[in-house]
Design a protein around this ligand. Structure first.
Ligand code: PGA
Length: 236
């Protein structure tokens, strides 16, 4: 089955990069793949108004209530977000988001009409302790999201990306864990030190359906290079 490619830019706590809103910016939507931008909450509206496909970096499952500083999935959806990251490792680390919370977020996101991108990945210690599969199995348990992002924690922001063949092996393992009815349709994207120079190699792998890009996504030239790599792959 051919799955539509997804190239996701996670701007984290950075302002929109220079030229992001120009007509020829690499952040614009495309016919041949989904290009989705994850800006801060404050920048969501402007990105959307300028025509970008926009997602939020996190969201809270409850509809409303006494949750200072949080934004509900329902409100994200009402404000034009189409996607939401659930359980990014920085949220797990800095905000104590557990697997159970992430699962609740993903369910609430779907119920609100958003596409959850559920982020999972092992730490360096877990990898060297040969616990990668055990950890991923636990993190994926019960998740029925249409997009899963495999982001090994040791590869995020470190400049040490996983090898494309190593990532492919993990993606194939993750796919094998998915319920049969969604196994072929679920998009599994890779994140962790993706740059223009290695994007094409990841996208050549059969179970890597797209990329989640942090650092390189706030550099318009780098991001342009990643989009070009994805176009070349789409035409290959
Ligand atoms: P990175 O971040 O591309 O800077 O490694 C990826 C992410 O955190 O989603």
């Amino acid at each position: 089955m051919s799955r539509r490619r997804l190239i996701a830019a996670n701007w984290k706590m950075h302002p929109p990069p220079p030229g992001w809103d120009t007509d020829d910016s690499p952040y614009r939507p495309r016919k041949d793949m989904d290009v989705v931008i994850f800006p801060t909450f404050l920048d969501v509206r402007e990105c959307r108004e300028k025509g970008l496909i926009t997602g939020a970096q996190c969201g809270r499952p409850e509809e409303s209530g006494a949750f200072t500083g949080d934004v509900s999935m329902a409100e994200l959806s009402a404000h034009g977000c189409r996607y939401v990251l659930c359980g990014h490792s920085e949220r797990r680390r800095h905000h104590g988001e557990t697997d159970a919370v992430v699962l609740e977020q993903a369910r609430a996101a779907e119920a609100a009409g958003l596409i959850p991108v559920v982020c999972i990945g092992e730490t360096e210690d877990e990898r060297t302790g040969k616990r990668t599969e055990e950890v991923l199995r636990r993190q994926l348990h019960g998740v029925m999201a249409s997009v899963i992002a495999y982001e090994p924690v040791w590869a995020i922001g470190s400049g040490k990306a996983a090898g494309p063949d190593q990532a492919q092996q993990v993606h194939a393992f993750l796919r094998s864990l998915l319920p049969e009815e969604v196994r072929e349709s679920t998009r599994i994207i890779y994140g962790g030190s993706v740059k223009s120079g290695n994007a094409g190699a990841f996208l050549r792998e059969p179970d890597i359906d797209g990329l989640l890009i942090g650092g390189a996504s706030i550099d318009p030239q780098e991001f342009q290079g990643i989009i070009e790599a994805a176009i070349a792959k789409a035409g290959a």
